[in-house]
Design a protein around this ligand. Sequence first.
Ligand code: NAD
Length: 250
Amino acid sequence: MGRLAGKTALITGAARGQGAATARRFVAEGARVVLTDVLDDEGKPLADELGAAARYEHLDVSEEDEWAAVLDAVGPVTVLVNNAGILHLSALVDTTLADYERVVRINQIGTFLGMRAVVPGMIAAGGGSIVNTSSIEGLAAAPLLVAYTASKFAIRGMTKAAAMELGPNGIRVNSVHPGMIETRMLPTALGGIEVDLSRIGRRLPLRRVGQAGEIADLIVFLASDESSYCTGAEFVADGGATSGHALSVT
Ligand code: NAD
């Protein structure tokens, strides 16, 4: 029997990258999966490829009404993966209010709206697991990422507040903190410019950047009953990036 047999999961930002990898792993482990995204042309074919256990729904996570509509359409879920997110790179003084608000609206408010939307159904079902995708920028800061860092620290914090409130209802809430993962997020933020990630990877203890499937494996664990005593916790998968500090001599 699969590690996620009997569970119904909703994954945001599931058309590509880590969300898509998570949807694949979830179906392989026996879950029923609702893939959601704004990239319908990528998300729908992926759900079709994954077969009868998967379906696709359009969902812009920053829109309160869309959360209500999707949950009306699919019914209650017992696993929520708040994965959708965007990156914006600019110096603090060059970051416009619109830039800042766009990042916070999708990354932070989207995560809040998602948790709020699924909780009544999880309570009625007797429990559930919520996995919120933060980042290593939810643990430590990086230059040029003021909005992103703020949003990812907020996700880490709201994860703990939700875990404290919802634990008595059997709902576990944890955050994942990926390091540099090879997806389209960075090239998208750079307007399509490709970056040689191997140069960054060589500076890490594991000497490479991560792959989307390596984050998906961590999320499978957190969605499954194998993590039954984990809540309000931070799960880091970063190749060792945050194990050191800037004064390291090598
Ligand atoms: P990605 O850009 O490949 O995927 C992000 C997905 O989110 C896309 O499918 C995109 O369409 C979707 N999305 C964007 N705005 C949305 C919205 N308003 N509503 C719904 N969906 C929306 O990037 P990824 O690396 O797979 O990112 C997944 C998550 O992991 C993000 O939260 C990101 O911040 C986080 N993360 C990524 C890295 C990395 O190095 N790639 C590191 C740490 C954390």
